[in-house]
Design a protein around this ligand. Sequence first.
Ligand SMILES: Cc1cc2nc3c(=O)[nH]c(=O)nc-3n(C[C@H](O)[C@H](O)[C@H](O)COP(=O)(O)OP(=O)(O)OC[C@H]3O[C@@H](n4cnc5c(N)ncnc54)[C@H](O)[C@@H]3O)c2cc1C
Length: 441
Amino acid sequence: MGVPLIAHAVVLGGSVAGSLAARVLSPACERVTVVDRDDLFGPVEPRQAAPQGHHIHALLARGQQILEELFPGFTDELVAGGVPIGDFGTSLSWYFNGQMIRKAETGLVCVASGRPLLESRVRARVRALANVTYRERTDIVGLVASPDRQRIAGVRVQGRAPGAPEEVLDADLVVDTTGRGSRTPLWLEELGYQRVPEERVKMDLTYTTMDFRGPLSFDPIGEDIALLPVATPAQPRGAIFARMPDRYAVSLTGILGDRPPTDHEGFLAYVQSLPVPEIYKAVRDAEPMGPAASFRFPASIRRRYDRLARTPDGLIVLGDAACVFNPVYGQGMTVAAMSARLLGEHVLSGPPAPRAFFRDLSRLIDAPWDMSAGADLGFPGVVGRRTAKVRMGNLYIPRLQAAAAHDGVLTTAFLRSAGLVDPPQALMRPAIISRVLRSRR
Ligand SMILES: Cc1cc2nc3c(=O)[nH]c(=O)nc-3n(C[C@H](O)[C@H](O)[C@H](O)COP(=O)(O)OP(=O)(O)OC[C@H]3O[C@@H](n4cnc5c(N)ncnc54)[C@H](O)[C@@H]3O)c2cc1C
């Protein structure tokens, strides 16, 4: 390998996006430091600063492919640790409006590890890289700019131990992956930059998850991975019932103020109201493994760094810090992986040019954003801009899903697109459209 091109990169946040960013920066940098406020190498369980870890996290097919590419043997390692895997088209039962789409082999691998395990395996691989260091239990307090404010030259951090002094980490590149609460927009404004434009789609989603001990007296999935009644405008209550390495988990979703309760009785009543009865039959007599966890998610937010007239050199933003997707579509970790991969391409020939990176990142985010934000806008009452493209998608996709109940080719096409392996335009190919139309006749 040649001389490293970037002397020191500092990654803000050591979660999924941060660890993947460190992985791709490692070959291009002399040193990479990852800073996070949490205890990152403790027990494999939901972390305080990433409370979403209590909820079922699906890794979409494209995400699995990228993790395998970045960490060869990653999937086998999970399987050896007892993680169930299967095919997205045959090991998961997908229901739309109470109707299951036909099962079909897709060749797309689904790993049902749960979020804490997945994240900890990624981090373990990155920590093993000789030039990457994690600084845990350290708050990121602010950015340090060059005197002319044209470049970000470091980060102010402070250890969480009582009395720990604030210090500056000098950096040739700073990558913000601090998630949905990222303060970079605020810090840039303080440095005299324009406010980062945002797009929001407000759906007021609540996620409530309860874990159950197996075995179950009624098991609707056997050796399969999950059963998913997906929320639709006609049936807005959604759920995921999943087999995990050591338990069964049920995540319930409600939107526009419909909140799946956290008490056992209320939780079961909500499960009973789902359009698919199997989950209720499975858990009505099952033993909960603890209290339910709930997460309120007011809106999807896309931060348009690509639309800033000026950005400082030496600063990149990705992961939830750049775009927070509605979690029901399971896109966040996969888009983080795709974005890290993009960063890897941008550092091949030297320090990345932020404007070029943000332009390419925006192109990458367009498809998943259109898919999930567009689908949310199919729910009357969700606030956001309904373009002609959004309205057309919301007429066509439900028809495709209904047709997929009888046509496995449509199942495969849909799951490849929803899994971010194929672009959404793949669903508009004449061969697919004609199958949808034929099925209606
Ligand atoms: C209920 C729910 C369910 C979800 N389900 C899925 C799913 O099925 N599939 C999927 O792909 N995605 C899912 N997501 C989204 C997924 O969790 C995120 O997309 C993913 O975690 C983004 O990773 P990240 O690294 O960008 O941010 P995060 O995971 O949020 O990590 C940010 C990190 O930054 C650190 N940090 C933040 N601020 C500071 C600071 N000032 N100082 C020091 N450290 C700081 C935090 O400690 C944290 O470790 C779900 C989200 C929710 C809320």
